[in-house]
Write a protein that binds this ligand. Structure first.
Ligand SMILES: NC(=O)c1ccc[n+]([C@@H]2O[C@H](COP(=O)([O-])OP(=O)(O)OC[C@H]3O[C@@H](n4cnc5c(N)ncnc54)[C@H](O)[C@@H]3O)[C@@H](O)[C@H]2O)c1
Length: 334
């Protein structure tokens, strides 16, 4: 089978490519990435010697640059996105462009495909918006109430993808996961920032009171779920991937500080993010039942694996930080 992955040089996309290449039935893996500040060549270096891999540097908004691979692919996984909520508040344009228009472009091209078995749109629990402490976890049928330009752009793309299933008969699956953590996540995100700052004895910024709640899933568990969802006979469905591991942000910081043998005095409370959702929570019962999937990594061992990876990849951290420095400069100049 031929696979096409967009956003394969990013955090989850690169972990997903590793999983794809472990599958014997995969003949070809096309990786499409624009290499924005979030895409690192280092994330794919180790797969480039695999003869099944073809890397194409392209923007998902320009599908004419990878039309042939798109039409050759049996399974298309759309990970490419602008993914950082804070950036979407400062400059939302790229989010609308890549996350909505890019998805549209892929879907439009796939209408011509004779080979497509499944288009998988990679989405997020953030599309459901903020939950209270006592609210029940969101189900696949809960209304979408996104709060940020990021989550609104993801919700828009989800709707588009599912509409192509109903309108044009495309075989589509939407996967929504909770917060991922693990190797190769950019230092702009919460957990890598905690680890890297703690390793350098720097303060760790925590928004507001630190009471906001997120569920955390180890990236490999999400990737395994996405793969199962693609191969499943179920189409035109939404699947949830969470780990039943809801924690307050402050607790997350404390867990990592303890793992890194650092003191809690590094915690620095900073002004809250505008429209900061209080809690996300996914009901994963249907996914467990339908896909025979469940999260395998305990949070305790996921934390150890993640810390260990960052401790061993200091050169990667330098490269990622340099890309972030340039990105912030560009955003300030806009
Ligand atoms: N990280 C999470 O916790 C999380 C949780 C739920 C869902 N998601 C979703 O999973 C997907 C991947 O997230 P991530 O954390 O790996 O993101 P990331 O920011 O680490 O990676 C995004 C990748 O997409 C590429 N990209 C961006 N714009 C592009 C464009 N126009 N054309 C081609 N490539 C482009 C980047 O270069 C990068 O390689 C996203 O769709 C995101 O919305 C992420």
């Amino acid at each position: 089978m031929n696979i096409l992955v967009t956003g394969g040089a990013g955090f989850i996309g690169s972990n997903f490519c590793d999983l794809v290449l472990k599958q014997k039935e995969v003949n070809k893996l096309f990786i499409i990435d624009k290499f924005t500040y979030a895409g690192l060549e280092e994330n794919l270096e180790h797969v480039m010697s695999d003869p099944r891999v073809q890397l194409i540097k392209a923007d998902v908004c320009h599908t004419e640059l990878f039309k042939e691979p798109l039409l050759d692919a049996n399974y298309v996984f759309n990970f490419a996105a602008e993914s950082h909520v804070d950036n979407s508040i400062m400059s939302p344009r790229d989010f609308i462009q890549t996350n909505i228009f890019g998805t549209f472009q892929i879907l439009e091209t796939l209408r011509q495909s004779n080979n497509l078995k499944k288009f998988v749109q990679i989405s997020t629990d953030e599309v459901y918006g903020s939950l209270t402490n006592t609210a029940l976890p969101s189900t696949e049928l809960s209304p979408l109430q996104p709060s940020s330009p990021y989550s609104a752009s993801k919700a828009g793309a989800d709707h588009l993808a599912l509409s192509y299933a109903l309108t044009y008969g495309l075989s589509v699956t939407v996967t929504r996961s909770s917060n991922n953590y693990g190797p190769r996540q950019l230092p702009e995100k919460f957990i890598p920032k905690i680890i890297i700052n703690a390793l350098n004895g720097l303060n760790i910024p925590v928004y507001g009171t630190g009471k906001n709640i997120r569920d955390w899933i180890f990236v490999e568990d999400n990737c395994k779920g996405i793969w199962k969802a693609a191969l499943s006979k179920e189409t035109n469905k939404v699947f949830h991937f969470g780990a039943d591991n809801e924690l307050e942000n402050l607790d997350i910081v404390k867990i990592f500080l303890e793992e890194l043998n650092q003191k809690e005095s590094l915690i620095e409370y900073v002004k809250d993010r505008p429209g900061h959702d209080f809690r996300y929570s996914l009901n994963i019962e249907n996914t467990i039942k339908t896909l025979n999937w469940k999260p395998e990594e305990s949070f305790h061992s996921g934390v150890k694996k993640t810390v260990n990876w960052y401790q061993k990849n200091l050169v990667w951290i330098d490269k990622a930080n340099e890309k972030l420095r340039i990105k912030h400069l560009e955003m300030r100049q806009k």
